[in-house]
Ligand binder design. Structure first.
Ligand SMILES: *Cc1c(COP(=O)(O)O)cnc(C)c1O
Length: 407
């Protein structure tokens, strides 16, 4: 056999079946884990579980909507020019969220890196290639952040070579601003941990002609947050696509000023020699993100909220009768805004520690993940569960607490 024929034969064997499987219609999210009847998770021995915890990256975020999977599959059958797709999708997204412009990024984190890159370089191609080496480049090099907003994600900003300058008060900001100041960055989820409000932050940016950026990664619902911060005057808004919006886990959005997003895109694929070359988003993710956003915006949010509440109440009702156990449903005011069940128990009445309960749930069948924080305390959310999961969680918790009653 000629080498070419051998290669052809090889390519028909293992990959042939894979391709057929990849284009087979998938109608349910459950089917998404299977390819041509294969359950790849069980084949590999990878544990899957009921996610009663929430949208955690370590737990692979959220499950994509069926419509997103369909968009991904249909997109996978054709080629297009990456930039043209980003242009057209960006225009649609911008009009949905009240921004001048938008681009699909590889998550909120990369939206922040790329947005700041755009602020630093403008449309100067030489500067784009210099990042993250700011010394002697003529580029600005400082980002101002409130102390309370420093919870780790600011690494997305230092990836550009910039340094973070921490402030507490408006007077601090005014003093800190100098010719090296590139950006004023705000973290919505920590907005109650800083003394400077959103509006004051935007006003400072306008007063000193410095762009403002806000991280709202996990801040929908409410859906109105998609446009609130553009309307308020932030120049750049960054959000995750694979949390409540149920788009691809590896997608997010950079939205805002047209000039800044055009500049940010100079650091994005397909362009090489950039800090963003490794932050590729493929056509499937771009279209999946777009469809996820559309569906999220047009969702019946009230109905969905009622569904979450009803699931949480199913679980609460199952555990409430236990002596020495208390339950409370709280809704966080900032970030992960969804009904959250807090279960606390008295260790003299129920012998489980947080850790043993978590481990028993994890090792049960089906496996269940909940969040454990502190002694004798777990929290549960229902927004990334599949319908019916709540009944299993309720009965497993009941079983576990029954087992652990002190006699
Ligand atoms: C999740 C999260 C990010 C990172 O978002 P990705 O979409 O995973 O890149 C950034 N900031 C905050 C506050 C987050 O919660």
């Amino acid at each position: 056999m000629k080498r070419r024929e051998i290669l052809k034969g090889i390519s028909l064997l293992p990959f042939g079946t894979g391709i057929v499987a990849a284009v087979a219609p998938l109608t349910t999210a459950k089917a998404a884990g299977k390819a041509n009847g294969r359950n790849l998770f069980s084949e590999l021995g990878v544990r899957t579980f009921i996610n009663a915890a929430g949208t955690y990256t370590a737990m692979t975020g959220s499950l994509m909507r069926d419509e997103v999977i369909e968009a991904i599959q249909s997109a996978s059958r054709d080629f297009c020019m990456l930039d043209e797709l980003q242009d057209k999708v960006g225009e649609k997204i911008a009009s949905l969220v009240h921004s001048e412009s938008a681009v699909v990024t590889a998550g909120c984190f990369s939206a922040m890196t790329l947005g700041l890159a755009g602020v630093l370089t403008g449309m100067d191609q030489k500067k784009v290639e210099m990042l993250p080496n700011l010394d002697g480049s003529g580029m600005k090099s400082e980002v101002i952040i409130q102390n309370g907003h420093n919870i780790g994600y600011s690494h997305a900003l230092t990836n550009t070579g910039c340094k973070i300058i921490f402030v507490e008060t408006i007077a601090d900001v005014e003093k800190a601003i100098n010719e090296k100041t590139a950006l004023l960055w705000f973290l919505n989820v920590q907005s109650d941990k800083g003394s400077i409000t959103h509006e004051q932050w935007v006003a400072l940016g306008k007063k000193f002609h410095i762009p403002t950026m806000i991280d709202i990664a996990a801040d929908v619902p409410p859906v109105s947050n998609l446009w609130k911060f553009h309307d308020m005057g932030f120049d750049l808004v960054c959000i995750s696509g694979g949390k409540a919006m149920r788009g691809p886990q590896s997608a997010g959005l950079l939205m805002g000023r047209k000039d800044l997003i055009a500049a940010a895109r100079l650091s994005m694929p397909p362009r090489g020699s950039t800090i963003g070359r490794g932050m590729k988003v493929n056509k499937e993710e771009i279209l999946g993100m777009y469809v996820a956003l559309e569906h999220f915006i047009h969702n019946d949010h009230e109905k969905e909220w009622k569904e979450w509440e009803s699931r949480i109440s199913t679980i609460e009702r199952a555990v409430k009768p236990f002596k020495g156990l208390t339950t409370e449903v709280k809704v966080p005011t900032l970030g992960n805004v969804t009904p959250t069940l807090h279960i606390t128990w008295d260790s003299t009445a129920i012998k489980h520690t947080t850790k043993t309960l978590q481990e028993n749930l994890r090792n049960g069948n089906p496996s269940i993940e909940v969040i454990g924080n502190g002694d004798n305390h777990i929290t549960i959310t229902a927004w990334v569960m599949k319908a019916g999961d709540e009944k299993i969680v309720a009965s497993r918790l009941k079983e576990e607490f029954t087992k652990a009653i002190s006699v």
